[in-house]
Design a protein. Structure first.
Length: 244
């Protein structure tokens, strides 16, 4: 004989069914998480590494471009000063520089002229160029032009003075590089000596090389050498570093 279920039995039945469904869903979700999370973590790690590598590459390219641009800056300033003396305006003088010099100065000054054609002030366009080409010499030049625009004076004479200052700084930098060349070479020899001795011992005495690579004491010795080499490089670099 079948009787109708009471309200408590219905509630209990729904509760049990919901619990079973929850257990099944939780198990599937756990399996899915075990499959997806490692892949997601690997994807996120790869994305971060790619962004970091792109940033490093961009910084390297910027440094390389700036290094190539700096020797052209003195010539550009003298060319601008000459153009101003014959009656051209500053934007027109920048056009002359863009036409006469090679890359990267040609591209950078062309971008400055292009920005002024879109309504950007020439001072702001020069500031943007200084941001693209991070250099104390270019920053000094842009600040001098901005100050001259506010105080007045002979811009051509100012640019020639800045060009003379840049020339003197570069001459001093070359003298410093020549005077510290012996110290740098000594540093390279000192840093390469332990590595060379280690390679020689590994080739001539294989058992010693095996002991260095595959024993605890040998690995501790290699780690100690690596730390000392790094410290030596940092100390020597600071000793040879000269702020101009």
């Amino acid at each position: 004989m079948i009787t109708a279920a009471g309200p408590y039995a219905i509630v209990i039945g729904f509760t049990v069914a919901a619990g079973l469904c929850w257990l099944a869903i939780a198990e599937r979700a756990q399996r899915l998480a075990r499959t997806i999370l490692p892949r997601s973590a690997a994807f996120a790690t790869g994305a971060v590494e790619n962004v970091r590598a792109a940033s490093v590459w961009k910084n390297m390219q910027t440094a390389r471009r700036t290094k190539k641009f700096m020797p052209q800056l003195e010539s550009a300033l003298r060319m601008i000063a000459g153009s101003l003396r014959v009656g051209l305006s500053l934007p027109q003088s920048l056009v002359v520089v863009a036409e006469e010099l090679d890359d990267p100065a040609k591209t950078e000054f062309t971008r400055v002229v292009g920005r002024t054609n879109f309504g950007v002030s020439i001072l702001d366009a020069l500031d943007e160029m200084a941001e693209r080409m991070p250099s104390s010499e270019l920053s000094m030049t842009v600040r001098a032009i901005r100050v001259q625009s506010q105080t007045g004076g002979d811009l051509a004479e100012l640019l020639e003075a800045v060009g003379d200052t840049i020339k003197a700084r570069r001459t001093l930098a070359r003298k410093v590089a020549a005077l510290t060349a012996e110290g740098r070479m000594s540093a390279y020899v000192i840093l390469a000596l332990p590595i060379g001795v280690g390679i020689f011992l590994t080739i001539s005495q294989p058992h010693m090389g095996h002991s260095l690579m595959f024993t605890l004491i040998g690995r501790l010795a290699l780690a100690t050498v690596a730390v000392l080499e790094t410290l030596a490089w940092v100390v020597i670099a600071q000793m040879l570093k000269v702020q101009l």
